[in-house]
Design a protein around this ligand. Structure first.
Ligand SMILES: Nc1ncnc2c1ncn2[C@@H]1O[C@H](COP(=O)(O)OP(=O)(O)O)[C@@H](O)[C@H]1O
Ligand SMILES: N[C@@H](CCC(=O)OP(=O)(O)O)C(=O)O
Length: 388
């Protein structure tokens, strides 16, 4: 099976076309996989592998982003609920992850599917070399017909470098592998206009723009097992749809009915073109090493006219960046409007502020006759209204 390329139109144009996806990221939450007493639920995993196995045998390449490591580690460690301290969470994850994988290996093998465990840290997606590495590895597994089961590497993740929720991790993995759709399975069957425990909460069937979310109230996880609740699911849907990947949310029990085209769940339409993995990386994952403040004329030039950033538009610089690093570009009020790869270091730029490239060539030499950030190395940051 070949890698979808960006010029291939996305076959998944609406909720009835889920079956047409050639590459799918399926994300499943802890509460849908564990039995409530801190053990892996074999019936739940068997049900999931039946649905995912069908997608696989219908010709799709599937990456499963599975939570549940910490929850599956409670019981073996003699705990009755999610541990609060990091070290015990790490221990629970290390124990639970291997139990989870043992069950996935057995359940998927009933459908003649080999699985691979891929544990990622936030850093793996934030640094360009590691990001390329993650892409190569996942791509190779998919092309070998293996089904990668991804989770955060919780046994070594610390608070500072942790995603903490697999919703955003799943959307980033979808961007990395250029998935056709992100399929999120939870313990709730859809997004509601208010927490579903509130009487009268209504299902939101379709989200085609952020404006559709303006009057929605979202809350934390409704269970003691899940992490992030609906807030991180909306963030994930925003990252994915912005990268041109539609997102579908429903419950694990409804997964097959959704694939069969029933009007259930919530469909988040993709916004715009499929983004190159590089641009998705630049916008959502790369670690910024500093910032460059620019004037209003330069803001207009790079955001509206899509020009490269010239030294003449600079107001100031800060941070610790070298040439080739990722920096944030802010307007004169300090709002981040774009991110890009800079051609100059933080020590070179102050002498260039406000000068034309010709002036710089005459004053500093021909190597300074270059743009600060090329338009091909710039992504405009969407001004989001999605907050908790
Ligand atoms: N507006 C909302 N619509 C739907 N669910 C919501 C909303 N606000 C909060 N939730 C809660 O989010 C929960 C799903 O998040 P979470 O527990 O983290 O699931 P998972 O383990 O699948 O990641 C639901 O069970 C529900 O209680
Ligand atoms: N990496 C963690 C998952 C954390 C998480 O996102 O959980 P969930 O909200 O249930 O998807 C684990 O495996 O326990």
């Amino acid at each position: 099976m070949s890698t979808p390329n960006l010029s291939t139109p996305n076959p998944v144009t609406d909720r009835t076309k889920l079956r047409d996806a050639r590459r799918i990221v399926v994300k499943i939450g802890s509460s849908s996989l564990t039995d409530g007493q801190g053990g892996v639920s074999v019936p739940a995993i068997d049900a999931l592998t039946r649905v995912v196995g069908q997608l696989y045998h219908d010709g799709a390449q599937v990456v499963l982003v599975s939570s549940g490591a910490i929850a599956a580690g409670f019981r073996p460690l003699g705990l009755d609920k999610r541990p609060k301290d990091l070290a015990t969470q790490q221990a629970a994850a290390a124990v639970g992850q291997s139990r989870l994988m043992a069950q996935y290996t057995e359940s998927f093998w009933k459908h003649s599917i080999s699985v691979a465990q891929v544990l990622l840290t936030a850093e793996d997606l934030m640094r360009r070399t590691q990001y390329n590495n993650a892409f190569r590895s996942l791509n190779r597994l998919l092309n070998l017909g293996v089904l990668p089961v991804v989770n955060e590497n919780d046994a070594v993740a610390t608070h500072e470098i942790r995603f903490g929720d697999n919703d955003r991790l799943a959307s980033l993995v979808a961007a990395v592998i250029k998935a056709d759709v992100l399929f999120m399975l939870s313990d709730v069957d859809a997004l509601y206009d208010g927490p579903p425990t509130q009487p009268g909460a209504r299902r939101i069937a379709n989200v085609s723009a952020e404006a559709n979310l303006a009057h929605i109230s979202v809350g934390d996880s409704g269970s003691s097992i899940g992490t992030g609740g609906m807030v991180t699911k909306l963030q994930a849907a925003s990252i994915a749809t912005d990268a041109g990947i539609p997102t579908f949310l429903t419950s694990a029990e409804n997964a097959q009915a959704a694939i069969d085209g029933e009007d259930i769940g919530t469909w988040f339409a993709s916004r715009g073109e499929r983004k190159s993995a590089r641009n998705a990386w630049l916008e959502h994952m790369a670690i910024s090493r500093g910032s460059i403040m620019i004037d209003d004329g330069a803001v207009e030039a790079i955001t509206v006219r899509r020009r490269s950033l010239l030294p003449a538009g600079l107001i100031g610089v800060s941070g610790t960046f070298e040439a080739g690093d990722v920096v944030e570009i802010t307007n004169s009020q300090g709002t981040v409007i774009a991110r890009g790869l800079t051609n100059y270091s933080v020590t070179e730029l102050p002498a260039m502020v406000g000068k034309s490239t010709r002036q710089l060539r005459d004053e500093l030499g021909p190597e300074y006759d270059r743009v600060v950030i090329h338009t091909d190395d710039t992504v405009i940051v969407k001004q989001t209204t999605l907050t908790s």
